[in-house]
Write a protein that binds this ligand. Sequence first.
Ligand code: BDR
Ligand code: CA
Length: 332
Amino acid sequence: MQKHKVIIDTDPGIDDSLAILVALNSPELDVVGISIVEGNVPTDIGFQNALKVLREANRLDIPVFLGAKAPLQHEYTSAQDTHGMDGLGESGIPNVTNVEGPTVLSAQAGYEALLNQYDDVWFMALGPLTNVALSLQHYPDIWHHVSRLIVMGGAYKTNGNTSPVAEYNFWVDPDAADYVFKQSPVEIELVPLDVTRKIVLTPNILQMMAYLNPEKTDFIMKIMRFYFDFHWQQEHVLGAVINDPLVVIYVLHPEIATIIRKYVTVVTTGVALGQSIVDIADFWKKPANATILQDIDAKRVMAYIVGGLLGNDVDTIENELNMIATSLERLS
Ligand code: BDR
Ligand code: CA
């Protein structure tokens, strides 16, 4: 099987960590590098978390690059209230101290090295777009080696999760997001909050995972507790929205989504800071610069995520999910 080369730019982050694990477990993907951007946690903490995830997957051979520590222009705000001070749900997972190999490269140097080496690279952006914008500004030529740029960010018709209208990744660095929509040589595939919000990992799904594969679920259980507590206290949701893994699932199984192609821009000042505006009715007469996920088959996506994390077949997991649903229906 031909494996697609993948670079993941990320701010791990609980849901980022799940996305990385799913990507690492996908036989169709070859993750050739992971770059860290400021976001859920400061870059140095995100760097350590990527190493923890790689150790968990026994893939410490994959290079991790240190990226931007602050947004292009705005002041940086982390999401440690959501992901914990350590970014992994205050799980106490020990640092990785035994990494061997060359000195850590910057994200920009890492992209240059990888993109000059490979063609047809799929680039997944799971955090604020600062690293991507800086690369497009300073090294535009290497982006011709990227065939797909898939971005988790923005809110298309739904409300934001950081302001009434803004999603976190775009809100943290709206200038970078706006720049990337304007300058990317490949059409962005946008995975917005509208669809990621449907992916709620509940305590009973997690327990099911532990029954099916206790060893692989242990790490996930450790990092999810804090995320569950946050969602309960904040939104009275029993379970946690896991945004980023949908990027990986969509890339591998595009049939799970319906899409539209439109022109998108991001607001960089004022009360709507970070809002993604999708010109649905073509007022601006600009060519589409994004493919936007409109709707998804959420149960199938969850089955792919769980199957990807545990190494189980998707149909088996979907049957298990149906069983869980049935047990709740007995109350009706
Ligand atoms: C995005 O923000 C972060 O908290 C998540 O990791 C995700 O990438 C959702 O708004
Ligand atoms: Ca993220």
